[in-house]
Design a protein around this ligand. Structure first.
Ligand SMILES: *Cc1c(COP(=O)(O)O)cnc(C)c1O
Length: 408
């Protein structure tokens, strides 16, 4: 098969879709630039601070940029948040007190949050502090959320996970759908709405704070870091929710007043500048992979012309051999560690062996092209990221060549 020709045909068919991602990127870049201009970002803000980091103007500007770009009242981003899980933990412990309940309306949360909640017993978990967890039976069922809130007055946080994560069986939430939950919750209770926004940033024109989410949280080695932030996380939302999270981030009474930037402000701000464009590159890569594999008879989700609310592409490859071939192809055309051959391994926290292809400049950065798959039926691979469309296209071509060769 002539794969180059197949890809060119796919690109022709996707031209309208690609144009819509460019339009989205322009819209979001305008929003980003407006915040930069309004806050008069200057080179002086990039000066590293040390020690307590009192009066670090760069850190303060960076916080303002995150808040304004996410259309929130307040917010902060810190390189000292070690991951998305850490940022979500700060948010949950900020909002919840012993005796309170966290209600999740999007099914079982992302794997790494299980230990935080105490679904898998861990000292220091929410459960360990007497904070209860419950989950609606149905996914995003407004009536059930309403009923549950009315009958259980201990619910303090309604938790929504925007992205499907690595669960091929669920879909990703749109921001407007998140807004529907926000207005219902606010009409009957004082509970906070907290959103795990990982992988969703800049995939739409607005973010969850715009539709009323109290606290929206994510990782800087995914979308909003633009492939440039070297580590970190962010939390944005209402003044009240952000200040509760800030007291938990450092120490009560210190909040956001301290925290040396150590020179991370520049990559964080520069990453935010690049993020809308890089997300658009990732969206194009995802749509291309969807089109190539759909055309070749595989089941994929989302479909090439479906509206996308995150950067994850699921491809059902039907066999362990196909999954390994796909991941090996992606790895072989990664800028870093191209000579590594990914193999399934027993990763802590997962029931089945997991295979991962990742050749990223920043370790674990999934805004850079990567593919992961648990080795179990239906042998779905989750592909995401791509700093440039061109490099992602080349790696996807390598993956497709290897899979097609196995199935000739
Ligand atoms: C990535 C991710 C997280 C956080 O994961 P980290 O690896 O700790 O950054 C949480 N939820 C979802 C849906 C994610 O995709």
């Amino acid at each position: 098969m002539d794969i180059e020709k197949l890809i060119l045909d796919c690109e022709t068919e996707l031209s309208e879709v690609f144009r819509s991602f460019d339009t989205l990127s322009l819209y979001n870049t305008r929003k980003v630039l407006k915040a930069f201009v309004k806050n008069r970002v200057s080179a002086a803000h990039f000066m590293p601070t040390d020690g307590y980091g009192y009066g670090d103007a760069g850190r303060e500007i960076c916080d303002r940029l995150f808040a304004e770009i996410f259309e929130a009242e307040d917010g902060f981003a810190r390189h000292s948040l070690v991951s998305g899980t850490h940022a979500l933990t700060v948010g949950l412990f900020g909002l919840l007190r012993p005796g309170d309940t966290m209600l999740c309306a999007t099914g079982i949360p992302y794997d790494t949050i299980h230990g935080v909640i105490g679904l898998t017993p861990h000292s220091g978990s929410l459960a360990d502090f007497g904070i209860k967890y419950r989950q609606t039976e149905n996914f995003m069922d407004i009536e059930e959320i309403k009923r549950t809130l009315l009958e259980d007055k201990t619910i303090k946080v309604v938790y929504l996970q925007r992205s499907r994560g690595y669960n091929g069986a669920r879909r990703t939430l749109s921001v407007s759908e998140i807004g529907e939950v926000c207005s219902v919750v606010k009409s009957i209770s004082d509970a906070f709405i907290m959103v795990d926004n990982c992988y969703g940033e800049f995939c739409e024109e607005h973010e969850p704070p715009f539709v009323g989410a109290d606290l929206t949280v994510g990782s800087l080695i995914k979308n909003p870091g633009g492939g440039i932030a070297e580590t970190g996380g962010y939390l944005v939302g209402t003044k009240k929710a952000v200040s509760l999270a800030a007291e938990r981030l450092t120490a009560p009474s210190i909040g956001l007043e301290c925290g040396a930037s150590l020179g991370h402000t520049k990559p964080m701000i520069k990453g935010l500048f690049f993020a809308p464009h890089v997300v658009a590159q990732s969206l194009k890569a995802a749509a291309l992979a969807a089109k190539i594999f759909e055309t070749s008879g595989f089941t994929i989700s989302p479909t090439p012309f479906e509206k996308r609310f995150d950067i994850i592409q699921t491809i059902n490859l039907e066999s362990p051999e196909n999954v390994c071939a796909f991941c090996a192809g992606i790895q072989s055309m990664s800028p870093i560690d191209s000579s590594a051959v990914p193999e399934p391994w027993d990763m802590p926290g997962y029931d089945d062996p997991v295979i991962m292809a990742a050749g990223a400049f920043t370790q674990g950065a999934s805004i850079e092209l990567s593919a992961d798959a648990p080795m179990r039926p239906p042998y779905s691979v989750f592909m995401q990221g791509g700093l440039t469309y061109e490099s992602a296209r080349i790696a996807i071509q390598a993956a497709a060549e290897r899979v097609f060769k196995l199935n000739q």
